[in-house]
Design a protein around this ligand. Structure first.
Ligand SMILES: [Ca+2]
Ligand SMILES: [Ca+2]
Length: 135
């Protein structure tokens, strides 16, 4: 008998792991959408926490950078968090690319959390409140 059960099993585990990861991501995303609404007067800390979570969710390959494909997902969910129903698929690639290039401060073709947060902080100036309630 010539078969390789080890490699078959490995493959199965691999797929299972992928499915589990996708399910876990969906749960995190649903939780984020449910509890997080970005509205005027939000604290900087709160805003940062929301985007940090969103960044992690969109970083599918866990390399701490957002590729252009991952960034597209980030933008799509970002619209949803603002209560805007807008399909980024309808946005031109050109527009997304332009955003991407603006945020990519060191021009390495990928977006780090620092690059994204710096850009967002600037974008939300005057929208957020600095003071945070310390319990
Ligand atoms: Ca990534
Ligand atoms: Ca970069």
């Amino acid at each position: 008998m010539d078969f390789n059960p080890t490699s078959d099993n490995y493959r199965e585990d691999d797929l299972l792991e992928k499915a589990e990861k996708e399910a876990a991501t969906k749960i995190r995303l649903d939780a984020l959408k449910k509890k997080s609404k970005i509205k005027k007067g939000i604290s900087v800390d709160e805003l940062e926490a929301i985007y940090r979570e969103l960044f992690d969710i969109c970083d599918s390959n866990n390399d701490a950078m957002l590729s252009q494909k991952e960034f597209l997902k980030f933008m799509q969910i970002n619209y949803e968090l603002h209560g805007i129903t807008k399909d980024t698929a309808a946005e031109t690639d050109h527009k997304i690319k332009k955003f991407y290039d603006i945020i990519d401060a060191d021009h390495d073709g990928e977006l780090s959390w620092t690059e994204i947060w710096e850009s967002l902080k600037d974008h939300y100036k005057g929208y957020t409140t600095e003071k945070t309630d310390t319990a």
